[in-house]
Design a binder for this molecule. Structure first.
Ligand code: SF4
Length: 258
């Protein structure tokens, strides 16, 4: 079974296609996965692997480890473009997420004031005011929306909550008044006897409408890059990604591809 990628709270720095030289922060366990989605393409594997035994790092542990790493990198004259929250699950599920973001911004300002703080979130925790407050403070508030059509999103992302509703998520994204980047993984394939394809003209129209209604500043379109836990997923070519991005541009929405 494909399992978690990250075996520490702080990882990297790694070179990210989308973000540059990135130091990763994993707020989920080091030996398991916890997420409110169970995406077919998740690089950390399926939720079925379990949450592991290490538990979540405390805010104090994150602060100490980040401080140590940034201090060392700074002393070694290493470059840094971004501190990125991703890892073995959904970072906003951490109960001290706001405190951790406040600490991270303070440490970033101390060691690498030019570096950005990015959060990759699946946008399922936007009903929590503390999560929203934290995401307002980060430079790149990157929110996943894989389809503007609820049934497709449920097939690809498999949310834990049966009441997951893309329409509600889009409305919640709008509360950032443009301080949000919508991130969409484009994919087609089949799982458990059900086919999906979020690259059809109908799907792209729904995504454009969602981006417009959510009022996001831009859209990040990408395709699978690594091994996925589900088989039978098709990678979207760079040419097709570029063609889809041009439809967003034509609608007046900035879009990048990776
Ligand atoms: S939201 Fe992210 S971490 Fe969660 S299952 Fe999907 S890809 Fe994996």
């Amino acid at each position: 079974m494909q399992t978690v990628l990250f075996h520490s709270t702080i990882f990297g720095p790694i070179h990210s296609r989308r973000l540059g030289v990135s130091l990763g922060v994993n707020l989920m366990p080091n030996d398991g996965k916890i997420c409110s989605f169970d995406c077919l393409y998740c690089e950390a594997g399926f939720n079925a692997q379990g949450p592991g035994t290490s538990g979540l790092p405390s805010a104090r542990q994150v602060r100490e480890q980040l401080n140590q790493k940034l201090k060392q990198m700074h002393a070694d004259n290493q470059p840094l473009d971004v501190i990125t929250f991703s890892g073995n699950g959904e970072p906003t599920l951490h109960p001290q997420f706001l405190e951790i973001i406040n600490d991270t911004i303070e440490l970033r300002n101390q060691f690498y004031p030019q570096a950005k703080v990015s959060v990759l979130s699946n946008a399922t925790r936007l009903a929590d005011p503390n999560v929203v407050e934290a995401l307002r403070k980060v430079d790149n508030n990157i929110l996943k929306l894989d389809s503007g059509i609820n049934s497709t999103a449920k097939l690809i992302d498999r949310p834990a909550s049966p009441s997951y509703d893309t329409s509600q998520i889009i409305d919640q994204m709008a509360q950032f008044n443009g301080h949000a980047i919508m991130q969409t993984l484009l994919v087609k394939g089949e799982y458990d006897g059900k086919k999906f394809d979020n690259t059809t003209p109908l799907e792209i129209d729904a995504l454009i409408n969602a981006a417009r209604r959510a009022g996001v500043g831009s859209v990040m379109l990408y395709s699978i890059d690594r091994k996925t836990p589900a088989e039978n997923l098709q990678r979207i070519s760079p040419e097709q990604l570029a063609e889809i991005a041009s439809k967003f541009h034509a609608a007046g929405i900035p879009a990048t591809t990776a």
